[in-house]
Design a protein around this ligand. Structure first.
Ligand code: ARG
Length: 461
């Protein structure tokens, strides 16, 4: 098999399996549009620099335009000898315009070309990832509005802790995702440095205007060092780290939803469209969507580990190991996009069971409130804590809850307990006492909702 890109010094073509090992077309074909865009910018730059004559320049721009159209309307045909997307585009350029195609690659290397393509792909696609995160955030805001007023148990150590509004719980997930959105915005701006002109490693000999190339391609600026330009894959690792944190947020959510949808908790039921049955047990309705979401976390963290290990001992600037940078990023991107969209729909369509949540609120969950009650009667908190602990123990001894004890039982523990203590055992009042910004009281949650909506509306503009 001959190779137009680098075959000159070879007497024999590569072994078929060596070719297969070397080829990356099945992965990098999805950067086809970015590759053509980069080539158009490069043809303009070399022409501008006086290294490409007018007629070849015109031919190249014309041919690349045709190829761009073929890629866009999906009529571009790949051939078995296409090693990677750069080879495929150049091969097609020969077929389209003939010998002038050989002038495109003046002063350029696939090393700076591939990083340009990859960065352009990420710049083009990160916005749709951010939009998918925001669609899940929107689902949480809708739930926050719709379910406002419903009280559920809040947990620490998976032990019932204090009552909270379920809207507060939904919004907790909104804010974790908001950090992801902000990270990806930051990522997008950091990524925006154009490496084209670095050539193989030492910088091109063609006196191109690198700033003009960067501007034409939509980059904010240029990279500062040609060696670092072709070696740098921090942006792939950064993407996968941010993606890993995002999947961890989704995985924690998934675990909570799975738990709350069990028979034992019974706080919510998932819509039929987002559950599956069992081939054997007719009664089953399984939360597969959330289990898969939880399960995919391993794939993403594995992808991050993959890239970090690839980078750790590379001796040169470009080493072929780097070809392995795209698959983990693309796979992670696809998984996230799909997962975020499905989870958003599953959250929107689930049904909550307020009565079941209320029934799970034991009066003991208001023990902290009872301690606050004693504090307001002038008792130091540590002492109050002890006096409430004794009440809990007394209830346990009598096999009842702290709400079933009589005033006399309470007063036997401390005379500071008065008749009004019983209203401190109301979960509604417990929730509404937490009016601090970021607290679970209705008015605080409403403030959060307003803030969340402003963030979503702001990013639409
Ligand atoms: N397919 C290669 C990659 O993705 C392109 C760069 C090849 N460069 C080279 N010197 N062989 O990394």
């Amino acid at each position: 098999m001959s190779n137009k890109l680098w075959g000159g010094r070879f007497e024999k073509g590569p072994d078929q399996q060596a070719f297969d090992l070397n080829a990356s077309i099945s992965i990098d074909a999805r950067m086809a549009l970015q590759d053509v865009k980069g080539s158009i910018a490069w043809a303009n730059a070399t022409h501008q620099a006086g290294w490409l004559d007018d007629s070849a320049h015109q031919n190249l721009i014309h041919g690349l335009g045709l190829i761009q159209a073929e890629i866009s309307n999906q009529s571009f045909q790949f051939k078995p000898q296409d090693e990677d997307i750069h080879t495929a585009v150049e091969r097609r350029l020969y077929e389209t315009i003939g010998a002038d195609a050989g002038k495109l690659h003046i002063g350029r290397s696939r090393n700076d070309q591939v990083v340009t393509d990859f960065k352009l792909w990420l710049l083009d696609n990160i916005p749709s990832l951010i939009a998918a995160i925001q669609s899940l955030q929107t689902a949480f805001v809708h739930r926050g509005d719709k379910d406002l007023g419903v009280i559920m148990p809040g947990y620490t150590h998976l032990q019932p802790a204090q009552p909270i509004l379920i809207s507060h719980f939904w919004l907790a997930h909104f804010w974790a995702l908001q950090r992801d959105v902000e990270k990806f915005h930051f990522y997008h701006s950091q990524l925006s440095q154009c490496p084209l002109g670095a050539a193989a490693l030492a910088g091109t000999t063609v006196p191109v205007d690198r700033h003009a190339i960067a501007q034409a391609l939509g980059f904010q600026t240029i990279t500062a060092n040609s060696l670092d330009s072709v070696a740098n894959r921090d942006y792939a690792a950064d993407f996968l780290y941010y993606a890993s944190l995002l999947t961890i947020h989704l995985s924690k959510l998934a675990e909570q939803i799975i738990l709350f949808s069990t028979h034992e908790f019974g706080f919510l039921t998932l819509a039929d469209e987002f559950t599956t049955g069992s081939s054997l047990m007719p009664q089953k309705k399984n939360p597969d969507v959330f289990e898969l979401t939880r399960g995919k976390t391993g794939e993403t963290i594995g992808a991050l580990t993959n890239i970090l290990i690839t980078l750790k001992g590379l001796p040169s600037t470009y080493d072929k190991d780097l070809q392995g940078d795209k698959l983990p990023v693309f796979t992670t991107f696809d998984t996230l996009l799909l997962t975020l969209n499905v989870v958003a729909k599953a959250i929107t369509t689930l049904t909550i069971h307020p009565k079941k949540m209320l029934a799970s609120l034991s009066p003991e969950m208001m023990a902290t409130d009872l301690a606050d009650y004693l504090v307001l009667k002038g008792i130091p908190f540590r002492e109050a804590h002890e006096l409430v602990g004794k009440v809990v123990l007394q209830a346990q001894t009598q096999h009842c809850t702290i709400a079933d004890l009589t005033l006399a039982d309470y007063q036997a523990i401390s005379p500071s307990y008065q008749e009004d203590l019983f209203e401190w055992l109301s979960p509604q009042k417990s929730v509404e006492r937490r009016t601090v910004p970021g607290g679970t009281a209705t008015q605080s949650v409403q403030q959060q909702l307003t803030q969340a909506k402003q963030l979503l509306n702001h990013s639409e503009k």
